[in-house]
Design a protein around this ligand. Sequence first.
Ligand code: HEM
Length: 168
Amino acid sequence: MNDIRKPKSFGSASSAATSTSMTPKQIRLINQSFALMSPKADAIPRIFYNRLFQLEPALRKMFPESLEEQGRKLMQMIGTAIGLLGRADQLIPALEALGRRHAGYGVRDEHYETVGTALLWTVEQELGPAFTPDVREAWTQLYLIVATTMREAATPQLAASAEDFVCR
Ligand code: HEM
């Protein structure tokens, strides 16, 4: 369970075939599993950052020394994204602005894959048996939507499909 080896790949965040929509069932699974994790919301960022810096120690220097405030913002942003899943018109501009700020933090394209791997691993640890294949797929899809929208805004020449984002 606590395998710390670097997984080969989080997924294909750069795949052109990536779907940018989530089904109502996936949205429901995300909401349910986020609610299951909320009692431990304070501990989750620490688990996430430990895993992230285990996977890619060089990323540590990008972040401030204290990760407490940072972790709070991250959880808040994930919660915001989940809350706005059915409202792409509000979610997309918020993620685009976040993506542009991230370019300013020195975040590059490839970092998104490592962060996605650490995030999925953290959700898996927290949910245990509730992390079913369907739940994994829903979180993978959520992260792909968030990361793709952020990356495209940070790299204008990639921008093409953010407008295609739909919640069915
Ligand atoms: C894709 C999902 C991500 C989300 C939802 C997210 C969320 C956030 C939020 C909410 C902040 C607070 C500052 C702000 O709003 O601009 C932040 C800051 C930051 N994030 Fe992310 N982030 C993501 C991906 C990444 C990636 C891939 C990296 C690369 C390692 C990264 C590195 C940072 C850094 C360095 C800061 C600024 C720390 C500081 O100087 O205070 N983030 N992130």
